[in-house]
Design a protein around this ligand. Structure first.
Ligand SMILES: NC(=O)c1ccc[n+]([C@@H]2O[C@H](COP(=O)([O-])OP(=O)(O)OC[C@H]3O[C@@H](n4cnc5c(N)ncnc54)[C@H](OP(=O)(O)O)[C@@H]3O)[C@@H](O)[C@H]2O)c1
Ligand SMILES: [Zn+2]
Ligand SMILES: [Zn+2]
Length: 371
């Protein structure tokens, strides 16, 4: 496999409104701790849409989104096999099937509270996989492209048991639900609610089951996803918040932990909190473009509940998550879309049609059996 010349090709956004255009862009210069990947698959995450339309503030165009990247390592820097920052990354070789999630770098400094405790995902100098900058000022470009290039510290070998297309959404949606489930002690004896049954949410149900928690409740706006959630994904119960006026009262005090993946601020937050048990924890994962709804102090005071948030997951957690997914067959439900149809796939994603993740595919030669 030949490495591309200085420029890569991909689906580039030039503004918040124009469709993506297939054209060239200049990746960061290759360094001896980098890996270059020929991209075979890239999932479409809700964050791609927020970023493309400058929903979280002005995006640094030109921009190539996509941070659920799977492909084949085509170039491995000479320093990777002895990489000081990550012994686990030293095994990456040319020809390996590898993945990259939403984070491409952090400061990795010993005096950084986050990096020195292996929580790189909370580093204040985090480099996102797209629309972000490396410490040297170079822009980061994501996976709606034919190649990706970046630091080996944030590149992961994909276990053989995981097919490439299904592995892609695990790199963002999967780790974003896995990390808080583990952090907040979800397992035997615990009841968990998953709000929003989309890319993140449908994996949240499956990972909560894989972690052997007692009861998983899927919480959605309507009953249209009920059968998928209960018969397919393994949820024990289902709540349709737009269809049952008494849902909050009826299920009050029933959940230890809630993961909220809702991407819009139009959510009944106070009613969600009512579902928590005494001292329960509500973890916001969805990142709406506008502030969350106001709540009365009593919603927190009367049951001593906690509201928190969680950002993707650390490299160590990503490796644990991939292992568990391979062992317990936690696989996202995906619909493959040729990457050249990315603009239509984005419209369909925005309209909520994905069941439950679109994965863009590049035409690839070689390695067919494992793709
Ligand atoms: N914290 C992190 O590290 C992290 C990582 C990745 C993504 N995110 C964020 O998480 C959110 C979800 O991402 P995703 O990829 O899972 O998106 P998604 O597939 O579109 O799922 C979002 C779900 O939210 C629910 N929802 C409720 N109200 C909605 C509304 N008014 N409009 C649209 N959806 C609504 C829907 O579930 P129902 O139909 O079941 O109601 C929908 O399926 C995004 O904001 C994304 O940026 C955060
Ligand atoms: Zn994402
Ligand atoms: Zn740091």
């Amino acid at each position: 496999m030949s490495a591309p010349s200085t420029n890569f090709e991909g689906w580039v956004a030039h503004s918040a409104t124009d469709p993506l255009k297939f054209t060239t862009f200049a990746p960061k210069p290759f360094t001896d701790t980098d890996v270059e990947i020929k991209i075979t698959h890239c999932g479409i995450c809700g964050s791609d849409i927020h970023t493309l339309r400058s929903g979280w503030g002005p995006t640094d165009y030109p921009c190539v989104v996509g941070h659920e990247i799977i492909g084949i390592a085509t170039r491995v820097g000479s320093g990777v096999s002895t990489l000081a920052s990550s012994p686990a990354s030293r095994v990456i070789r040319v020809g390996d099937r590898v993945g990259v999630g939403p984070q491409s770098m952090s400061c990795l400094k010993p005096n950084c509270e986050a990096c020195s405790t292996k929580r790189e995902n909370y580093c204040p100098r985090i480099t996102g996989t797209y629309a972000s900058r490396y410490a040297d000022g170079n822009k980061s470009y994501g996976g709606y492209a034919t190649y990706w290039r970046g630091p080996a510290h944030f590149v992961f070998k994909i276990p053989d048991a995981l097919p490439s297309a299904e592995a892609a959404p695990l790199l963002c949606a999967g780790i974003t639900v896995f990390s808080p489930l583990v952090q907040y002690g979800v397992g035997p004896g615990k009841s968990v609610g998953i709000i929003g049954i989309g890319g993140l949410g449908h994996l949240g149900i499956q990972f909560a089951k894989a972690l052997n928690c007692d009861r998983v409740v899927a919480i959605s706006r309507t009953s249209s996803k009920r059968d998928d959630a209960i018969k397919g994904l393994g949820a024990d119960a289902f709540i349709a918040t737009d269809e049952d006026k008494t849902w909050s009262k009826k299920n009050s005090g029933s959940l230890d932990v809630i993961l909220c993946t809702v991407s819009s601020p139009k959510m009944p937050l106070a009613q969600y909190l009512r579902l928590l048990k005494l001292n329960g924890t509500f973890v916001q994962l969805g990142a709406p473009e506008d502030p969350l709804p106001p709540i009365r102090a009593g919603a927190l005071i009367m049951k001593g509940v906690k509201i928190t948030g969680s950002n993707i997951g650390s490299p160590d957690e990503i490796r644990q998550m991939l292992e568990l997914a391979a062992e317990k067959k936690v696989l996202p439900w995906i619909q493959k879309r040729p990457m050249k149809e990315v603009n239509q796939a984005l419209v369909d994603m925005h309209e909520g049609k994905a069941r439950y993740r679109y994965v863009l595919t590049n035409d690839v030669d070689g390695n067919k059996a494992r793709l």
